[in-house]
Design a protein around this ligand. Structure first.
Ligand code: AVJ
Length: 323
């Protein structure tokens, strides 16, 4: 029976340390904020999978439509031996690329990189069963720290960063990330980048504030993570989910709004955190792009936009970039 390999790229206590650091920084800042990566414990990853099936949340379906139409073309252009995927989650859409590259016969190795060990384990398990000849080397890492590119994965490599996750980085973080991604590439490698596109505000807001309340539960899940990991005493019912479109910065912002004045204790940090009534905690930005912005940001990082595809409705963009 084939099996997979799982590497923890970061020191054992990295996530605990990073969480403490982020919570200390973010909850003592004004306005308060937390990085979105803390949404994704096992429950959060499940809720995200549920989001991808919501009628309002079009990005996953739009990206899958593009991949379904273009995977053979992507395989033919890249002839990748190794597929690296940053923020791989369930690896659900990746199967389209794995199929096309296997059919072409170039693929030998798949390297999924994700912060969620539980998501990696279940993805790697089903992939090894489905692709017995494929070497699966899962890497638990935060893609902003380690890209999983360094340790000799055979080229040509295709680095996929799908789902619009690039949009979760602030503009300066994004520039730094793209530059370090570029630094890890060799001639013949390519990057496949999925980005959500600017569109009518109503459509964007609905995608982040669905009628069934799944995104609200996903947003509030970060409070449960803090309760469990840091002995905090957040009552998620005392916060409201907020999604708004910032037209100037061209990003969606998710926030949690305190329903009343309250003081929450973060026991393991010895930190009392006061919220005024109506005060908001920013939990995520999700930037939306245009063809020119993508081309410009890739160029600024030393890459060239070689191919650009969208879904029929023009909601989502898939870029193939080369060093
Ligand atoms: C998968 C991180 C790109 O920003 O759209 C979904 C996460 N947040 N609903 C996104 C998310 C709220 C998603 N990313």
């Amino acid at each position: 029976m084939s099996t997979y390999d799982l590497t923890r790229l970061l020191p054992a206590d990295h996530f605990g340390q990073a969480l403490r650091h982020d919570v200390q920084q973010g909850l003592t800042a004004y306005p308060k904020w937390l990085p979105p990566k803390w949404f994704y414990d096992a429950r959060g990853s499940e809720l995200f999978e549920e989001i991808t099936r919501l009628p309002e949340y079009y990005p996953t379906r739009a990206e899958r439509e593009i991949l379904t139409a273009r995977s053979r073309e992507i395989a033919a252009i890249t002839r990748a031996r190794t597929l690296v995927e940053l923020g791989s989650g369930s690896s659900e859409k990746t199967r389209l690329l794995l199929d096309a590259l296997s059919e072409l016969g170039t693929l030998a190795e798949y390297v999924p990189v994700d912060v969620s060990e539980s998501a990696l384990e279940s993805a790697a398990e089903s992939l090894t069963a489905q692709y017995p000849k494929l070497a699966v080397r899962a890497v638990v890492s935060d893609f902003t720290h380690g890209l999983g590119l360094s340790d000799g994965a055979g080229g040509p490599r295709l680095v996929a960063f799908l789902g619009g996750t690039l949009g979760n980085l602030l503009p300066d973080e994004r520039a730094g990330f793209l530059a370090s991604l570029r630094a890890g590439l060799e001639p013949g490698d390519a990057v496949l980048l999925g980005t959500d596109l600017v569109k009518e505000a109503g459509v964007l807001v609905a995608a982040y504030d669905d009628a069934a309340g799944v995104t609200a539960a996903f947003n509030k899940n970060v409070l449960t993570v803090l309760n469990r990991e840091l002995g905090a005493d957040f009552d998620p019912d005392q916060f409201d989910h907020v999604a708004l479109w910032d037209a100037k910065r061209e990003w969606i912002e998710m926030r949690l709004r305190s329903r009343r004045a309250q003081t929450v204790k973060i026991r393991e940090l010895g930190l009392p955190v006061h919220f005024d009534e109506g005060e908001e905690l920013r939990t995520e930005i999700s930037a939306k792009f245009s063809h020119t912005r993508i081309a410009d940001e890739l160029a600024a990082a030393g890459m060239r936009l070689a191919e650009w595809w969208t879904d029929e409705a023009g909601r989502f963009g898939l870029s193939l970039a080369v060093p």
